[in-house]
Design a protein around this ligand. Structure first.
Ligand code: GLA
Length: 387
């Protein structure tokens, strides 16, 4: 690893970068799969970042390198299309370039771009949103375009949806853009409104990453998204004005139970109840009530397990064990599910020793140890320096 992103850029391109930008990873606090359903979600930026350094080239070439990837990506401004295989990591920065261009922000010449992470990749902390946002800020500064926080979050999501091909919502990009140390990010996904809420003092996040990724994870995610859209359509037969699934009531879902069928009924019930849980959590946070907040987190996991059916044995084991330990307010799967990470919300007494014992139990059961990460909240994405 190079000592700094400047050094790394220099070793790769034999020149100094013109701009350095960075964007943080995120934790999903509560509001599982509510973002693309128009619900409220709470997340946080963590103080681990993806950094991107760029400099203009005299030609039309686009060259991307990453400290975490063996393969460099080389293309030209004229040929921006998604790759598969070893260079597919480049789809995140290239996707950003493409959606910026579609929005009228055209790169005037090629560029060299280097990526470095102190954010673990594939740990359920959304390094993909971070690389999108860091790239977006770096290129905007390089070519002289202004983008605000909301703009960068929306572009990042568009890159993911239209270029990477992942039908995600705005949670990851919104938290990476609007994060603030000591705060949670609240996103009203019905109207893309972003704000922050203070975290109760003395609370902590511990992340247990199973390092398990279901081979079909992307298709599972897309299936859940489709089931939710179909559920909203079915509910609209009785209420044409229903804006999205998160706006439905439990009574509406019950009335439509037969029309929905079992799977869609369960997905819809999760979305409606999870929406109520986020609202209750906001009230609890206003009172500084970490216990009530934690209980909602654990209830959210239970709903993901039984209704949204995006959990797995490894995540359930971690939630069950960690919530039995002293100092833990609650725990849940954080992110898309089907593998990935569990987040525990704790007081200051929860220790690495306690986490270590849990990991040993997990390893005895599943054969590998999850990675433990004591996450601190951090500030959102932005430009760090320009020459
Ligand atoms: C992933 C997606 C987000 C969100 C969560 C589930 O992290 O990228 O948009 O849907 O899953 O809440």
């Amino acid at each position: 690893m190079a000592a700094s992103i400047q050094d790394y850029f220099h070793t790769q391109f034999n020149a100094a970068p013109a701009v350095i930008a960075r964007a943080p990873g995120r934790l999903e606090f509560i509001g599982n799969h509510l973002d693309y359903n128009g619900g409220p979600v709470l997340g946080a930026a963590i103080d681990r970042y993806v950094s991107v350094a760029v400099a203009a080239r005299a030609d039309e070439r686009v060259v991307l390198v990453s400290e975490a990837q063996e393969d460099r990506v080389e293309t030209s401004l004229e040929i921006i299309s998604p790759a598969s295989g070893a260079t597919s990591w480049g789809n995140y920065p290239l996707g950003m370039l493409k959606v910026m261009r579609d929005a009228g922000m055209r790169a005037r010449h090629g560029f060299n771009l280097a990526v470095s992470n102190d954010l673990p990749i594939g740990a359920g902390l959304s390094s993909s949103a971070a690389i999108e946002l860091a790239t977006g800020y770096a290129l905007a500064a390089l070519y002289g375009f202004a983008i605000d926080r909301k703009g960068i979050a929306m572009l990042g999501r568009a890159a993911e949806n239209t270029f990477v091909g992942m039908p995600c919502g705005i949670l990851d990009q919104g938290c990476s853009a609007f994060g603030k140390a000591g705060a949670l990010v609240l996103i009203d996904c019905a109207v893309n409104d972003f704000s922050t809420r203070p975290l109760p003092a003395g609370t902590h996040f511990w992340v247990f990453n199973t390092q398990k990724k279901h081979a079909l994870i992307d298709s599972f995610y897309a299936t859940r998204n489709r089931e939710c859209m179909e559920s909203a359509e079915i509910l609209r037969r009785a209420d044409a004005a229903l804006p999205n699934l998160a706006a439905a009531t439990e009574a509406q879902v019950e009335v439509a139970r037969d029309a929905l069928g079992l799977a869609r009924y369960k997905r819809a019930l999760h979305v409606v109840r999870e929406t109520a849980r986020v609202r209750d959590t906001l009230e609890a946070l206003d009172r500084g009530d970490a216990r009530r907040t934690g209980a909602n987190l654990t209830a959210s996991h239970e709903s993901s397990r039984t209704l949204f059916e995006n959990s797995c044995g490894e995540l359930d084991f971690l939630v069950e064990r960690v919530t039995a330990l002293p100092g833990v307010f609650g725990a849940r799967l954080s992110g898309g599910g089907f593998g990935g990470a569990v987040m525990a919300f704790t007081d200051s007494s929860f220790s690495r020793e306690a986490a270590g014992r849990l990991v040993a139990d997990y390893a005895a059961r599943f054969g590998n140890a999850p990675a433990i990460f004591h996450a601190q909240t951090g500030d959102g994405a932005g430009v760090l320096s320009r020459a």
